[in-house]
Design a protein around this ligand. Structure first.
Ligand SMILES: *Cc1c(COP(=O)(O)O)cnc(C)c1O
Length: 381
């Protein structure tokens, strides 16, 4: 086989959906007329209404980021003491706990789902534990039934970091319907985005009122400030982006579906390469194309593959490496010990998120796959 061609432009792990610039300008015309740029504006309300319908989420509120949405969920539920969470996640997950003065306690992940292991959660519970903060990593849902059972046995709250799953469903039930609250991130790197933004899907009207109060300084009306809230409001420019991106999600799903199928076909049967299997009854979140590289069989380490791809102008990302528990501010925690997180350690050294966006197309995915296969065959020699 001839050596594959280097891409002449950088191919990154993702590429955000953007609407035509003229559509964005037209969407902002009303904003220019009213001069209401933020504070529960018309477009924000419209986006909340459309997302509520689209996601089957009767109780949804939007925020300026997913991280601050998570912080508000933690505050609204009054979480204190210790909260059990995975180390195999983006740093925002444990950081949201730290900012609330809550101690993260790391629990290991399940080797198949790559999400927090309910048995490990149960072993980590102490008298100070108040909640479980699960992460639907890569949009693969946590074992929500097993976690609900653990929470019920120990009277714990459950919050989900659903940053990777926009409109995922489990047996037709929307992902936001589990636990006390689910955070979604609408950052530009996420499938559905507002450039920056996030959401909380909560279980009832009372909690929805509370999180909306917290996002606007705790101000109930001109004379009444009820709680020490914060500024976590999404503005009209972001909501306008969201409304236009929302119209393009279905096409993006279809285009990413073709990319996923290409990668799966090309990597099937190659020793040492694995893509996490789709779970039965779970819809694909279309957020990442994840490759697990077992160097003893592949003949090449994840890091060598990552570096090798760069020389072809392909910029994959080893999400999530290093583990959150390896960061200086967490590594002293007893739960951060390597012996407590064997699966997380192994998986974090194997994962590589490949370029994954609709515009890559089947042809682009074939080229990336050619390069991966070429690097592996060279590694084996
Ligand atoms: C993106 C992401 C976040 C942070 O969301 P922001 O909207 O960027 O604040 C949190 N957790 C996970 C798992 C993420 O991937």
């Amino acid at each position: 086989m001839t050596n594959p061609q280097r891409f002449d432009h950088p191919v990154n792990v993702t590429r955000p959906i953007v609407p035509p610039l003229a559509d964005y300008a037209a969407m902002l015309e009303g904003v220019w007329q009213h001069r209401v740029l933020t504070n529960d504006g018309v477009l924000l309300r419209e986006l909340e209404r459309r997302l509520s319908e689209r996601l089957d989420a009767p109780h949804i509120a939007l925020f300026s980021s997913g991280t601050v949405a998570l912080q508000i969920a933690i505050a609204a539920l009054g979480l204190v003491g210790e909260v059990i969470t995975p180390a195999f996640t983006f740093p925002a997950t444990p950081h949201a706990l730290s900012w609330a003065g809550v101690s993260p306690v790391f629990a290991d992940i399940d080797p198949v789902r790559l999400t927090i292991d309910p048995d490990a959660v149960e072993r980590a519970i102490t008298p100070r534990t108040t909640a479980i903060l699960g992460v639907h990593v890569y949009g693969i849902p946590c074992d929500v039934d097993a976690l609900a059972a653990v929470a019920a046995r120990h009277d714990l709250r459950i919050v989900y970091d659903g940053a990777h799953c926009f409109d995922t469903r489990i047996v037709q039930a929307p992902i936001g319907g589990f636990g006390d609250a689910t955070m979604l991130s609408f950052h530009a790197t996420k499938l559905f985005h507002c450039a920056e933004g996030g959401a909380l899907i909560v279980r009832d009207e009372a909690m929805l009122r509370r999180v909306k109060l917290l996002r606007n300084f705790g101000i109930a009306d001109a004379q009444t400030v009820l709680v020490p809230g914060i500024n976590a409001k999404m503005n009209e420019l972001e909501a306008a982006m969201g409304l236009l991106v929302l119209d393009r999600v279905a096409d993006e799903h279809a285009a990413r579906e073709a990319v996923t199928a290409t990668y799966r076909r090309r990597f099937a049967g190659i020793p040492g390469l694995r893509m996490p299997a789709a779970l039965p009854d779970v819809s694909d979140s279309h957020q990442y194309a994840v490759l697990l590289v077992d160097d003893s069989e592949a003949g090449l380490s994840r890091d060598d593959l990552h570096e090798g791809l760069k020389s072809f102008n392909v910029f994959a990302r080893p999400y999530f490496y290093p583990l959150c528990s390896e960061a200086p501010h967490y590594r002293g925690l007893p739960s951060a010990a390597r012996a407590n997180l064997p699966v997380s350690f192994r998986v974090s050294r194997q994962v590589l998120c490949l370029p994954y966006y609709g515009e890559l197309g089947v042809a682009g995915a074939e080229r990336v796959a050619d390069i991966v296969v070429h690097l592996l065959s060279r590694g084996r020699r």
